[in-house]
Write a protein that binds this ligand. Sequence first.
Ligand SMILES: NC(=O)C1=CN([C@@H]2O[C@H](COP(=O)(O)OP(=O)(O)OC[C@H]3O[C@@H](n4cnc5c(N)ncnc54)[C@H](O)[C@@H]3O)[C@@H](O)[C@H]2O)[C@@H](O)CC1
Ligand SMILES: Nc1ncnc2c1ncn2[C@@H]1O[C@H](COP(=O)(O)OP(=O)(O)O)[C@@H](O)[C@H]1O
Ligand SMILES: [K+]
Length: 452
Amino acid sequence: MRAAEQAVIASGVPEYDLMERAGAAAAEIVWRAGGSRDVLVLCGPGNNGGDGFVIARILRAKGVPVRVAALGESRTASSLRARAAWAGPVEPLQDAQPAGQLVDALFGTGLTRGLDPQAATELGRLVDLASHSYAIDLPSGVETDSGALLSPVPRFGVGIALGAWKPAHLLYPAAGRMERLQCAEIGVAAPSDVGRLAPPSLHPPAGDEHKYSRGLVAVVGGEMAGASLLASHAAARSGAGMVRRMAAAMETGGPDAIVTIGAQTAAEVERALDDRRLAAVLAGPGLGRDDRARERLNIVLQSGHPLVLDADALNILSEGGAGPLPAGAILTPHEAEFTRLFGDRSGSKIDRALEAARRSRCIVVYKGADTVIAAPDGRARIASHASSWLSTAGTGDVLAGLVAGRLAVTRDALRAACEAVWLHGEAARRAGAAFIADDLIERLPGAIARRL
Ligand SMILES: NC(=O)C1=CN([C@@H]2O[C@H](COP(=O)(O)OP(=O)(O)OC[C@H]3O[C@@H](n4cnc5c(N)ncnc54)[C@H](O)[C@@H]3O)[C@@H](O)[C@H]2O)[C@@H](O)CC1
Ligand SMILES: Nc1ncnc2c1ncn2[C@@H]1O[C@H](COP(=O)(O)OP(=O)(O)O)[C@@H](O)[C@H]1O
Ligand SMILES: [K+]
């Protein structure tokens, strides 16, 4: 974004024009959300503060009661100009009285260290006392590129990103400090291989499709039947044509549409996987970690089919028990599995996911409240602000089955991972509160229908 802004400025657009655009777009969002409720704008010393002065001026011209409190003098040419154009008084931050709406324009992308304790306390108090609060570009106190908190940061109603999403809008803990996100258009396009996960465009089966052309999925089960049943069921509701579950014992359960194949020995798994029509094979959920599980995983790794590896498959791989990571596979680790597989690396979650994808030559779906999907070629998509009710047992098994199902449908690993993560989040949104993993599966057809 910084480079994109500099390019626009170099092409002849004055920096101050960008500030006016940013301020106008943000003021419009505040106006639409809060109408004529009184507003307190907090302005910092840099260009983020300059945006604040523009917002204050525009809202006041609309008849909104506006007060401005500043943290020191303005220090950049554009912010000095914006401050000069504000006709009202400016009070010191420490004297500011609360208002119904609070606009935080203290610091944006230029923050290099945490706010001093007094300013952080004032910001927290004023945000908590407002019924509507807006973080301009970013909540003051967050580190733009990692989402870390450099000083205590209150929870804002709306985060107004200027021009483009920055990592801190999407990565925790910063992402958790904004209930809603809005992006304000300022005429600066920041092309990047890294972006927010967008809703997918899905297609119904073509008129002449049949179950095998729509995608045949195999789920290799193990000692815990429930996990592979959840995954199989999710795959069956993902839009794929057919799902076969290779069961380690002849346990029953799940919809009758899933074909259960008894495959207790490694030889039986090998036979069951000997089918060129297989478009995706999932292993991991409920696999177990004993010698038998290792044998089953080795057969899967040698099968030559497009793979999705989750849970125990990742644990076995991280113990080095099954050779190197299979290039081209989709890996779906949660935090602990990721660290076991790739070590405790530095950098933002996006950096770590990209590095892991590059090293393993796999698509990495690094799960959590901020799921990062990374490809070896440097592309990454971040899914944030999904329902926190997803933090319940078995939802990862559902995601793994969904990834395998979409892989069978699309035959494109990055696309499949992106579609699956989005559908998983949408199913959770539809499921509402206190759902269990099984409920999520019932919501998948509705989530798919929404994107046709
Ligand atoms: N560059 C541009 O073209 C545009 C920038 N815009 C705004 O400008 C912001 C970035 O502005 P700046 O680069 O001026 O940076 P900020 O306004 O975020 O920060 C201002 C300055 O404060 C100092 N500082 C950092 N941490 C501090 C701390 N803890 N306590 C006290 N001082 C501290 C630094 O020297 C920093 O440069 C964006 O987030 C956005 O809001 C918009 O006006 C749109 C156009
Ligand atoms: N707080 C949260 N907010 C949003 N999504 C979450 C949260 N916690 C977990 N998830 C999602 O729920 C799923 C949990 O997967 P996982 O940890 O593998 O669970 P399990 O092994 O029990 O199935 C992942 O898709 C993850 O991204
Ligand atoms: K801010």
